[in-house]
Design a binder for this molecule. Structure first.
Ligand code: SAM
Length: 252
């Protein structure tokens, strides 16, 4: 996505790191990595990954924090790569989160995010289902998941039968997705808060803040994520403040 082979010499912020799997990949590519998540279990999982592969490494730090907490973010500094995959739409305040991560990108740095696609009525219906799932007891949750199966797996299953390869996608799913197909269904149905945006909305949002879109992968109009790589074109807000105060100091 960044069109480079190495992250040597780059600073990499993984905002909403989840398990820490992408932080590990960035560290292996040579970046100095800072990871955070607001969920203590995710932080614990990322810490375990670090313990297994980079124990005691000072170039990978992991902490608990929220992308909506300005005081916390202000202490992190600026990064040449700010990466937030599948996170900002789950915060309950997506546009605040989109604005907050932007302040952490160094001048000429990359901002790499993925945001759920806005499918209009279909997204609104999914939002209701997700809300209902999260408000329900376990037995009702199971029923909601079961009712979602035909929509989520029906077309693929029929296609595999027609190709005379019954359940091929289901059987091979974990290899490509990194989780079992059932876990993926539960993850999708239960993933709430849930906000969505059309690509043009995200494009305009960051264009207005001095970013240029370098790469866009859409999910083809489906219910997945669109992925964006932006580059910061102007000096950062922090840089500007520092420059302003230097000027003020220089004044007689
Ligand atoms: C779908 S997971 C993605 C995890 C990781 N980025 C990945 O791609 O594997 C969403 C993550 O966002 C985290 N998250 C949700 N709200 C957050 C917030 N306000 N601040 C930081 N992380 C948050 C969740 O705890 C979860 O780990």
């Amino acid at each position: 996505m960044l069109e480079i082979d190495s992250l040597e010499g780059e600073s990499f912020l993984d905002a909403g790191c989840g398990s820490g799997i992408h932080s590990l990949a960035a560290r292996r590519l040579g970046a100095k990595v800072v990871s955070f998540d607001y969920d203590p279990k995710s932080v614990a999982c990322a810490a375990e990954l670090k313990r297994r592969y980079y124990d005691g490494d000072p170039d990978w730090t992991i902490s608990e924090g929220s992308v909506l907490d300005r005081d916390y973010l202000d202490k992190l500094g600026e990064f040449s790569v700010v990466y937030s995959w599948g996170v900002l739409h789950h915060t309950g305040a997506m546009f605040d989160a989109l604005a907050n991560v932007e302040t952490l990108v160094a001048p000429n740095g990359w901002l790499f995010i993925s945001i759920y696609n806005d499918q209009g009525g279909a997204s609104r219906r999914w939002r209701l289902i997700k809300k209902a799932y999260n408000a329900s007891p376990a037995i009702v949750r199971g029923l909601i998941v079961a009712l979602c199966y035909p929509r989520l797996w029906g077309p693929t299953t029929i296609r595999d039968f027609l190709r005379l390869k019954p359940f091929e996608t289901w059987r091979n799913y974990a290899k490509s997705r990194g989780m079992s197909p059932h876990r993926d269904v539960v993850d999708w149905v239960g993933g709430y808060p849930f906000e969505v945006a059309k690509p043009e909305v995200i494009f305009e949002f960051y264009k207005a803040r001095g970013y240029e879109l370098r790469k866009l992968f859409t999910c083809g109009g489906g219910h997945g994520c669109n992925q964006y790589v932006f580059v910061r074109q102007r000096s950062s807000a922090k840089g500007k403040t520092a420059a302003r105060s230097k000027k003020a100091e220089a004044k007689p």
